[in-house]
Design a protein around this ligand. Structure first.
Ligand code: GLU
Length: 416
């Protein structure tokens, strides 16, 4: 049988497995298997050549029992409603496992941002916000950056919202530039949060990170900060990194500043001086201590799971591992730090951003990072403890912690 790579089918299958272990009430299970609300819309955009192109946009509010829905917006040519649904479900479990008072949502536009001018990108971003403005807000749903979106896009969306609503409401969106109410530390937050979980997992496994090696797939906001931070914080040697165009390898380690400089001047990591090329496939199969998928879904599958040789998989991407691959990796004794635990640092600092916006008083980066460490370390140990208590793998354990919390909020509200 061929593997089902539909991300929403995977998210539902993961929930089903957790529901079995939890002996979750069937009515609750049925409710949690589907998004509560979703919006589909067309965004007409005036292009630079005078023509009008219509883009398809989505926003899925998966569950808001624990608080306002929360989650990023992706700009991607392969975006589908099922991908957005899966990512919105994972946001629901992510905010619950991080124990922040928010629900889960996700948004997306089918587009290739690299083919758009700055002006077109701005009009598309504003058009997206015009479509969802009525349904988002500090107490309803708070978007943020994700794949191919950034603080500038958040700034345009914020401005569009505030112009439409006629008042300032910085907490309507997070991942903003500092000048418009962003939080110190939000840029590196996803990667930094992941570092805290890697530190804890390495302790459990008796791995000395200062002597360890790592490979990182993906060199966007998350992957590039992961390279910088794992080197600076632990002295771990990063032997390979990649982006969508290909990867680079050096057994003695890749210097972050050299790779970044090369990326800034060429737009790609390949051909960076002092490195050999490596394919994305070979990067994942390298013999390293820590493997960090930091790109997109479905990278560790039944096709390559057998060949994965690391000790820890730290899932900084959302949905990088399929259920079939999970079984193989677990049977090999690899420690998986599941995505919605490992990459919860971004949304945790987004939550801190909302808090700071609410009382218009801003913390310094040290305070943000300290509080992030506390949240991530507590979440990591809650999951690890659950895995040991119930004798389940770490992904199921993360689901047990998260689903229990969301189901309790649903029950207390009297919905199911
Ligand atoms: N897009 C990030 C994620 O997948 C951050 C979401 C947020 O900050 O709301 O976790």
């Amino acid at each position: 049988m061929t593997e089902n790579l539909n991300p929403f089918a995977i998210a539902q299958a993961q929930l089903d497995e957790a529901a079995k272990v939890l002996q979750l009430d069937p009515d609750m299970h049925a409710f949690l298997r589907r998004p509560m609300r979703e919006f589909h819309f067309s965004i007409p955009v005036r292009m630079d050549d005078g023509s009008t192109k219509t883009f398809q946009g989505f926003r899925v509010q998966y569950n808001d029992a624990r608080g306002p829905a929360k989650g990023g917006i992706r700009f991607h040519p392969d975006e589908t409603i099922d991908t957005v649904r899966a990512l919105a479900a994972w946001m629901t479990w992510k905010t619950a496992v991080a124990d922040i008072p928010l629900g889960g949502a996700k948004g997306g536009i089918i587009c290739d941002p690299r083919k758009l001018s700055q002006g077109e990108l701005e009009r598309l971003s504003r058009g997206y916000m015009r479509n969802i403005a009525r349904y988002v807000g500090l107490t309803q749903d708070v978007p943020a950056p994700d794949v191919n979106t950034n603080p500038q896009i958040m700034a345009w969306m914020l401005d569009e919202y505030e112009v439409l609503m006629g008042h300032r409401e910085p907490g309507v969106i997070t991942g903003k530039p500092l000048e418009l109410g962003g939080s110190a530390g939000r840029g590196p937050a996803t990667a930094l949060g992941g570092m805290f979980t890697i530190r804890e997992a390495a302790k459990l496994r008796g791995i000395d990170l200062s002597k360890a090696t790592a490979a990182i797939q993906g060199f966007g906001n998350v992957g590039s900060f992961a390279h910088k931070l794992i080197t600076e914080m632990f002295g771990t040697k990063v032997v390979a990194v990649s982006d969508e165009f290909g990867g680079i390898y050096n057994k003695n380690g890749l210097d972050y500043n050299v790779v970044l400089e090369h990326l800034n001047s060429t737009g790609k990591v390949i051909d960076c001086p002092g490195t050999e090329p490596i394919s994305n496939k070979d990067l994942l199969e390298l013999e390293v201590d820590i493997l960090i998928p930091a790109a997109i879904e479905n990278q560790l599958t039944s096709q390559n799971a057998d060949n994965i040789k690391c000790q820890i998989v730290a899932e900084l991407a959302n949905g990088p591992t399929t259920p079939e691959a999970d079984d193989v990796l677990n049977s090999k004794g690899i420690y998986i730090i599941p995505d919605f635990l490992c990459n919860g640092g971004g949304v945790t600092v987004s939550y801190f951003e909302m808090v700071q916006n609410g009382y218009q008083y801003y913390w310094d980066e040290e305070m943000v990072n300290q509080r992030l460490d506390h949240k991530m370390t507590s979440a990591f140990h809650a999951v690890d403890k659950m895995a040991k208590a119930k004798k389940v793998d770490t992904r199921v354990a993360a689901y047990l912690v998260a689903v229990n919390r969301v189901a309790e909020a649903v029950r207390l509200r009297g919905w199911v």
